[in-house]
Design a protein around this ligand. Structure first.
Ligand code: ATP
Ligand code: MG
Length: 149
């Protein structure tokens, strides 16, 4: 399943993330790709808010993985940013491989750096920069995540 959506500002990307979150289920993994500044963290902020995260998603700087408790849910959200990942071993060492195959929701920036560790039923969101603040999001996965037009 493949769907495409364009946004024209950061707020719109964040709101789209919030809407997509309503369709996420425990155990889902969302793999984000796109160049620096494409809007992966921006979309993650919306996804996090949409699934009820009690703490705001941000760029994890030197931390590879952030854990967010979710309001009224027994599962949590893991936000991984693999930009600084040196090897897949490093991710396995911090428990990332287990998290990616567990019962929580995972959102992974720079997911291509650990492609071998992603589950087969992963959702992929590729963000391309168009002119100015326009972005194109291409979403693939086992179910529809983008809201209907
Ligand atoms: N339509 C848009 N959607 C998302 N971000 C946008 C858009 N237009 C402009 N921006 C700007 O692009 C930047 C996106 O930053 P963000 O940190 O989300 O990118 P990123 O893909 O996570 O980058 P990195 O690879 O460094 O983690 C922000 O400065 C944001 O304001
Ligand atoms: Mg980012």
């Amino acid at each position: 399943m493949r769907h495409v959506r364009e946004t024209s500002c950061p707020e719109e990307t964040e709101r789209l993330g919030e809407e997509m979150a309503a369709r996420l289920r425990p155990g889902d993994v969302v793999a984000l790709t796109g160049e620096i500044g494409a809007g992966k963290t921006c979309l993650t902020r919306g996804l996090a808010r949409g699934v009820g995260a009690t703490t705001a998603a941000r760029s994890p700087t030197f931390v590879l993985m952030h854990r967010h408790e979710l309001d009224g849910a027994s599962h949590v959200l893991y936000h991984l940013d693999l930009y600084r990942l040196d090897s897949a071993d490093e991710l396995e060492d911090i428990g990332g491989a287990d998290v990616l195959h567990g019962d929580d929701i995972c959102v992974v920036e720079w997911a291509e750096r650990a492609d071998d560790l992603l589950p087969a039923d992963v959702f992929r969101v590729h963000i391309e920069c168009l002119d100015g603040d326009a972005r194109r999001l291409t979403v693939t996965g086992p179910r529809r995540l983008l809201p209907d037009d």
